[in-house]
Design a protein. Structure first.
Length: 277
């Protein structure tokens, strides 16, 4: 297949779309019948508990695993991604939880990791450090990230700042779709807020964002559409105006299973809700 599909000019055209997509490992179905549309300038949140299929979905969209049923479409064309590099060439950047950063290297070097700018030719070729620092600073500031010292090791930054650097790096290198794998999982409230502001900034720049999380509160703050996975299938698919935070939380927690557990334990539903508040 070609690695440079022509984008559809229709405003509602999906940058990335899953249609009845699934992944099987032998007799085990890790994902089945999943639909997902990623639109420019919108945040699509994918939620689910451990084992719900979130990681498998990320691997399909990022080119790590091929889907075994259904379709994956990019710019309206069916594709079967063969590698993460092919996904990146098509404008899909995935920011994994480990962020793919080298903690002891400076911020600017991590920003250009494996894509360093050089000057000179042949034996006189060398890193263009001043230019890389300037570009990194400009791109970080464009995302609302102001760092006093780009020479500091990226490992010395807070968790939220490291996530922000990874997001800005993906945007700079041409991402049209940004897939974020649990970006707030290990962060406190303040640092989670930093990351969510940058998610909103990426949306404002016209990117299609896939926010994968197990936190419905974070998802509801920035999400435009919510897909809740349970045991590899879609439990809920709804736009923001069609679902409230309590409803989203209930689906995320497995409402039917909770009701059955309440009945088994003899706990009144109103008492359980009071405890949850």
């Amino acid at each position: 297949m070609t690695t440079d599909p022509t984008p559809d000019a229709t405003p509602d055209a999906a940058l990335v779309e899953l249609r009845g997509a699934g992944v099987s490992y032998g007799p085990v179905r890790a994902l089945h019948g999943v639909d997902l549309r990623v639109l420019p300038g919108r945040v699509s949140c994918v939620l689910g508990d451990n084992g719900a299929g979130k990681s498998t979905l990320i691997k399909v969209v990022s080119g790590l695993h091929r889907h075994t049923e259904g379709e994956l479409r990019i710019d309206g064309r069916p594709v079967r991604l063969a590698s993460p590099r092919q996904a990146m060439d098509l404008g899909i950047a995935t920011v994994h939880q480990d962020l793919a950063t080298l903690p002891l290297m400076p911020v600017w070097r991590n920003f250009f990791l494996a894509r360093e700018l050089t000057r000179g030719r042949g034996p006189f070729q060398r890193l263009d450090i001043p230019r890389m620092k300037r570009v990194a600073d400009e791109e970080l500031r464009a995302m609302g990230i102001a760092l006093d010292d780009l020479d500091q090791p990226v490992g010395s930054l807070s968790g939220g700042q490291r996530q922000s650097v990874a997001i800005a790096r993906a945007v700079h290198f041409g991402a049209r779709v940004l897939v974020l794998d649990e970006p707030t999982a290990a962060l406190g409230v303040k640092q989670s807020g930093v990351v969510l502001r940058h998610v909103a900034a990426a949306r404002e720049r016209g990117l299609g964002v896939v926010l994968v999380t197990h936190n419905p509160h974070h998802a509801h703050l920035v999400g435009d559409h919510f897909t809740v996975l349970r045991l590899g299938t879609v439990e809920l698919s709804a736009d923001r105006d069609a679902v409230t935070l309590p409803e989203l939380t209930e689906h995320m927690a497995g409402g039917a299973d909770l009701d059955a557990l309440r009945h088994e334990l003899g706990t009144p539903a109103h008492q359980n809700r009071s405890t949850e508040r």
